[in-house]
Design a protein around this ligand. Structure first.
Ligand code: C5P
Length: 316
């Protein structure tokens, strides 16, 4: 490629914006620890309309990549917990994608706008990694003329960065097996459902929750998650999370949050993923809104959310 000076470099490059969704696990069945250090899982994943946005903003040609994180909706502890150095998963994704193409990683900054709780069991870090995979794919194509990788190739790459990253890319409704990364996409729900996401004051570390799960030793047999669901009651009775007892022993206040959601009319309230975020399922939007208000009155954060079927996508 012809060399370009810094001004041309900036002028010729557009900002790339990608957004990626939060996930919840409607069903999370977990088996005993396997020899590879992971727990085989059987999970029903659902995307919610709560999205992180990641921007690749052009700088000068050889300038090192900087990362900044902000949020208009989450308390400061979430933003403060995200590394802005080379330990951030998005940096590792960029490093891998650029070196695979023989391109020096430089010339843009990464701005992360967070809506997904950090360390909340909603795959916030995985969403950002998925957004970076898509962002780098387009950047390398637009700026360096590299061939765009296919969605299949991106999903293959995604597995290296965490068990939830492939689902963050794909989105929608899907069954996840093995570590959660082996996906089978299902048809969207044919009925309306509303969720309230109750965000805890503290985070939980995924490995710590899995380790406590090992100590408790309470796994359930895997069931067939591909049954077509016809109504919300059927969904409510199917929902469950094997990691919930482990998360509650690490953070007992989770039980109160579950009770508040149930008393507010949730058909089901439970921990999602490795927690501590609690989700409530409602059949009525007003009821969900009121439940979120009740959580706020108690000093908790409740966010109403809906199922979504977009996956990670380029916005501009
Ligand atoms: O895959 P990911 O890096 O997101 O997982 C973080 C940690 O969670 C793993 O290192 C492992 O301790 C635990 N984990 C697990 N079984 C899974 C997924 C994650 O034990 N299926």
């Amino acid at each position: 490629m012809a060399s370009i000076d810094s001004a041309d470099h900036r002028a010729g490059k557009k900002m790339i914006t990608v957004s990626a969704p939060a996930k919840i696990n409607l069903v999370f069945q977990v088996a005993e620890l396997a020899n590879d250090g992971y727990h085989p899982v059987n999970s029903l994943y659902l995307e919610l309309d709560l999205r992180d946005r990641l921007r690749l903003v052009p700088t000068v040609e050889n300038q090192a990549v900087g990362i900044s994180v902000s949020s208009a909706t989450l308390p400061a502890r979430h933003v403060n917990a995200v590394p802005t150095d080379q330990n951030n998963l998005v940096y590792l994704v960029a490093e891998k994608m650029f070196s695979a193409q023989g391109v020096k990683l430089a010339g843009f900054d990464i701005l992360i706008d967070k809506k997904i709780p950090v360390a909340g069991g909603m795959a916030g870090g995985s969403a950002d990694a998925a957004a970076m995979l898509v962002g780098c794919n387009h950047y390398l194509n637009q700026v360096h003329g590299k061939k765009l990788l296919s969605n299949e190739e991106l999903i293959e790459l995604a597995k290296q960065f965490g068990s939830d990253v492939p689902f963050s890319l794909l989105g929608g409704l899907a069954i996840g097996t093995n570590r959660g990364e082996k996906l089978r996409q299902l048809e969207p729900f044919g009925f309306a459902c509303h969720f309230v996401i109750a965000i805890s004051h503290e985070g939980l570390s995924t490995p710590q929750v899995f380790a406590r799960f090992d100590e408790i030793g309470q796994s359930s047999p895997f069931s067939d998650l591909a049954i077509p669901l016809t109504d919300i009651q059927q969904l409510a009775s199917m929902m469950g999370n094997d990691l919930e007892p482990a998360a509650i022993t690490l953070l007992p206040s989770i039980s109160n949050t579950i009770d508040v959601l149930k008393l507010s009319g949730a058909l089901k309230a439970m921990v999602t993923g490795s927690g501590p975020t609690v989700i409530g399922l409602f059949d009525d939007a007003d009821l969900a809104k009121k439940a979120a208000e009740t959580l706020a009155e108690l000093g908790l954060i409740g966010i109403p959310a809906l199922p979504s079927y977009l996956g990670t996508r380029l916005e501009s």
